[in-house]
Every structure is written in structure tokens, then in C-alpha cells.
Design a protein around this ligand. Sequence first.
Ligand code: ATP
Ligand code: MG
Length: 410
Amino acid sequence: MITPPRGALTALRMLQEAGFEAYFVGGCVRDRLLNRPVNDWDIATNAQPSVSLELFERTIPTGLQHGTVTAVLADEAVEITTYRVDVSYSDGRRPDEIRFTPALREDLARRDFTINAMAWDPRRDVIIDPFDGQKDLRAGLIRAVGRPLDRFTEDGLRPFRAVRFASTLGLDIEAETWAAIPLALETARKVAIERIRVEWLKALDGRRAAWAMDALWRLGLFDVFLPELATLSEARRARIFNSCATPLPSIPRLATFLHAERAASAEEIARRLRFPNEVIQGVAAVIAAWGFDPAAPRRDAEARAALAALTPTIYGHLRSARRALAPQPDLDAFDAFDARLTALDAWRGPLTTKDLPIHGGDVIQRLALRPSPLIGRVLERALWRAWADPQAATREALLAALPALLEEAQ
Ligand code: ATP
Ligand code: MG
């Protein structure tokens, strides 16, 4: 079984030897029981933050307002949080206030799901599990701590977290917990969209990603951040969700979700979801190219020109997204499509005039021209030659062909 790293164990021992309670809590206890890699070994303690600040030589006080001190031991950062309860949630997003408590049980009770509400003391090897998280882990269930509807109306991110954990851990959502989510959508709408996006992307990375997308739909959660899905036919939506069984990078993945949109509105949606700029631009480019038919260019030069126009990067994203959505009966046609793309991928010749072995200066000098848009047109003709026969398009050959290219360009 996975053991905690030395720094985290030392921090826990130091707190206990100073006379305080200290436990590993939350995700690390859950992941260790599942024998999965642990992200952070978080510690909960009844010691006040001021005690941790004194006790440890190197500390970072970044989370003090939540009662968290980060201690650095053996080059590891360990988060140590004083037992606390969240006092009120007037905006459905974050507690207005926290209060420290001497009781571990109260600290566990504020946590979202039973599997996240366990504490473990490795030195005595005891697990404190007042809400039967271990039982739910064995049964494969995400269950809210306490009354599900209360917990979801306190914090609108929790429904998204429920789906995310179900996807990444391969669990189901317990029936009452599930039933409360559609009743708490108003709170879910108050959550900052980037936090929803983060949970969505984590769910997409999980082993039950296709199921999780269908769950988001059935629970009404997509309506909170991607209401455009409701305009699609059920079959098309199912195809998108099923495609999520195979992971894709953000640009093609987002393109599968937005392929029925116009490029401008796909861009707007990606912006609304606060994706990084390169993703926004990439998605817009893929959607703009969505109708591209790789079987249409008849000559190789045309196919290369098409590849050049799209750029190989966008072409790659377009292909991944379209492959992901290809329906089962189309697979034959799809193989042919893919073979064509593979051939195009092998292309290593110039894609733009900038990649040519001749430059604007050569054209001006050799043809005794002045700088003007005509120079660009001559280079474009040279590029077409290179596309038609890449091997023959050496610098010497293109320089020799300049008078003919000028004639074509005029
Ligand atoms: P991950 O592997 O994603 O880090 P995690 O369970 O550690 O999973 P965190 O977001 O790091 O999740 O939160 C740590 C712990 O804090 C959780 O296990 C849970 O006990 C508690 N927690 C986090 N977010 C919430 C929330 N929105 N409501 C209630 N408890 C929460
Ligand atoms: Mg964590």
C-alpha cells in the first residue's frame, strides 16, 4: 500500500509529539485505500495555525485565513489545516466565514462526500470514518455527507465534483445524492465558470468519461455551462458523449462538443468558458475547417495547398475530432479518409512562402523589380510549383524559373 512521504510523516509526528491531534485527511486517505497515487498528503490538526507557524522551521502562511499553514520539510510542502467548520454560505460559492473547532468529527462533517470525509493516523494505524466512507468505497458509491440537498445548496460546485469523482475513480453516485442535484441547479449557476470548467476537464480525463458526460446531461448540469448542447439531436449528443471514452487534448475535444456551431460562436463559447487563448483560437480554426473534405482535392498539389491553408496543427486537431465522432457504419470510408490524411501528414515540403528556398529579396534582385504585392504573388506561384513537385523545387530550379513565374503572376 502507498505510504506517505517522509516530510508529511515528520510533520504529523511533530504535531503529535507537541501534544496535539494530527491526521491525514481527505483525498489522500481515500486514494490510499483505493491504492491510487496520492496528490497531496493534507494534515488536519487541533493545533491553532500559530502553533504550526512556531513549530516548523520553514512555513508559508498563504492559507492562514482558512486556517492553513504550509510547512516545508525535506523539500516537501505539507498543508496543515486546523479543524474548522464553515459558518455560512450566503452566495452558494464559498463560506463567508470559518470557525475553528476542537472536534475532528465536525471538521469531517463539513466535507463533501463520505469517501472524502475520513482521517487516518498512520502511527496508530486508525481510520476515523464517522460517515462510513470505507463502506461506500467498497460499494463504489459517491454519497453526500449529511442531507444531500442541503450540501448542494451550500456549495454549487459539489454536484460537478460528484460527477468528476465518479468519473476519475470509477464510482456511481448514490441514489439520494443523485436525486438532489437537479434540485440544486440554481446554486450551481452561481459558481465561477472556470471552476466548473476545471471539474469538467477532470471528468473528461476519467475512466468513466463517456458515462460522466451523459450524467452531466441527465442531471441538468450541462445547462449551467454549455446550454448549447440542448439544441442538438439526441443521436448527435450521444455520439459526442460516447466519443469521450477516448481522451483527446482540449482543442479537438472542445471541437467535438462545438462542431455544430459556427466558428464565431464556437469561439465565443470557448471564451465564455475561459479557456486559454490558444485553445480559443484553435477551436475556432478547427470549427471553421470542419466541412473540409480530404477526398475532394484531386491533385496532390491541391491537397498540399489545403494542408498548408489549414496548417498541419489545425489539420491534426480536425482529424482527431472528426475521427472521434465517426459513426460505426462509416468506418470503411473513414479508413480511406485516414489513409489520405496519413499521406498528407508525411509531407515535409514547404507549406507557406516563408518555407521556400527563395525569398522576396531574390525575386526583387533577379527580376529587377521594386517591392510591391507582385513579389508576393511570384512567391505564391513558386509555392504552387513546390506543392506540385517538391523534389524538383530546389533553390536553383526556382531561381531559374523566376521569369516564367513572373509571367504567371502578372
Ligand atoms: P484531488 O485528488 O482532486 O486533489 P481531493 O479529494 O484531495 O481530490 P481537493 O479539492 O484537493 O480534493 O480537496 C481536499 C478535501 O477537501 C476533499 O477531499 C474534501 O474533503 C474537502 N473539500 C474540497 N472541496 C470541497 C467542497 N467544495 N465542499 C466540501 N468539501 C470539500
Ligand atoms: Mg487534493
